[in-house]
Design a protein around this ligand. Structure first.
Ligand code: TMP
Length: 214
């Protein structure tokens, strides 16, 4: 692949403030002269098919997928997003900002569901999407206990995975800690206890540094 662009991902457990940060980043980008250079994508999602896969994975009440089916559906959506959105944008030199990527699969399906180990998920990922990986990953780190406190204030509208218990989310955190240590060079670990503005400033500063060194 002839890669010229920049690939950024956002990761983190439930209620870590990731959606707020992506919203703030979108607002910041919308003020830039080169806003057309940025492409936002969420995983799973972004195309009609992957939005449908997302619905099946997170909000389909009729029949719960087996853990292996869940893993493969997340992977199927990733193939679609990589081939139809991410790679074409990077080839045009764009800055792609992904709300989750394969680190989520490592944390949720690998560590928490315990379907495959990290090495197997990395191998599967390489087989289905090749060598593509984020150049920079913002990991918003929040303890599952704190996440549960935040979630108790939401209650309604939680999806199937968000509704999993504390033990599951502790494993998710373990998964993120593992991959962020294994692929240190691309990870920026952010203390998600800070205020949204503090976090947003930190992200914009790091992102601009990366863009200036492209
Ligand atoms: P979001 O609402 O933060 O976009 O995330 C959707 C949910 O899907 C979240 O609970 C994490 C989960 N997920 C996985 O379990 N595996 C994956 O590979 C991805 C991308 C998301």
């Amino acid at each position: 692949m002839n890669k010229k662009g920049l690939f950024i991902s956002f990761e983190g457990g439930e209620a870590c403030g990731k959606s707020t940060q992506i919203k703030l980043l979108k607002e910041y980008v919308s003020t830039l002269k080169n806003k057309e250079d940025f492409v936002f994508v969420r995983e799973p999602g972004g195309t009609p098919l992957t939005e449908e896969i997302r619905r099946l994975l997170l909000n389909y009440e009729i029949d719960k997928p087996l853990p292996m089916t869940e893993l493969l559906l997340f992977c199927a959506a990733r193939v679609e997003d990589v081939e139809k959105i991410i790679k074409p944008a990077l080839e045009k030199g764009k800055i792609v900002i992904a709300d989750r990527f394969y680190d989520s699969t490592i944390a949720y399906q690998g560590m928490a569901r315990n379907i495959m180990n990290v090495e197997q998920i990395l191998k599967l990922t390489k087989t289905i999407i090749g060598d593509i990986k984020p150049d920079l990953t913002f990991y918003l780190k929040l303890s599952p206990e704190e996440a549960f406190k935040r979630k108790s204030k939401i209650n309604e509208g939680l999806d199937r995975i968000e509704k999993e218990g504390l033990l599951f989310h502790k494993q998710v955190e373990k998964g993120y800690d593992y991959i962020s240590n294994l692929e240190k060079e691309r990870f920026v670990i952010i203390d998600a206890n800070k205020t949204p503005d503090e976090i947003s400033n930190e992200i914009i500063k790091k992102l601009n540094n990366k863009i200036n060194n492209m």
